[in-house]
Design a protein around this ligand. Structure first.
Ligand SMILES: [Zn+2]
Length: 125
């Protein structure tokens, strides 16, 4: 039976592992900030259905007033994720990325202090 290819498909360079490269520290920091921001927005979106369902279930199980106490946990989760997201630090200047001492912008795509755009690798600075 004749071979379909001139050389074996599994021959080099396919079997040579790619060289390990060090991750750009800014890229890691941007991914961390994006993850925190995504978690905070998902918390906002999920608050009404999850918080409402939790409150209604607890209210149904334990009676009047218990649902309000159960609603504290989802609200506390929102406070936690928002604080975590808004306190993210810029990898370039080390200051808070989304706020200055008087301005807050959770939609900002640039550092509120040094102006570096989110996603900029360290090699471009
Ligand atoms: Zn900065």
């Amino acid at each position: 039976m004749p071979a379909r290819y001139a050389s074996a498909v599994s021959a080099a360079p396919y079997r040579v592992p790619s060289p390990q490269t060090e991750a750009d520290p800014y890229t890691v920091a941007w991914a961390n900030i994006r993850r925190r921001r995504r978690l905070a927005w998902l918390s906002y979106l999920a608050f009404l259905p999850v918080g409402g369902l939790t409150m209604a279930t607890v209210e149904w199980l334990f009676g009047d007033g218990a649902g309000v106490v159960a609603g504290i946990a989802p609200f506390g989760w929102i406070l936690f994720t928002t604080a975590s997201f808004m306190s993210s630090r810029c990898p370039h200047c080390g200051k808070p990325f989304f706020h200055t001492w008087r301005l807050r912008n959770p939609f900002s795509r640039k550092c509120m202090h040094c102006g570096i755009a989110m996603g900029t690798p360290k090699s471009d600075t």
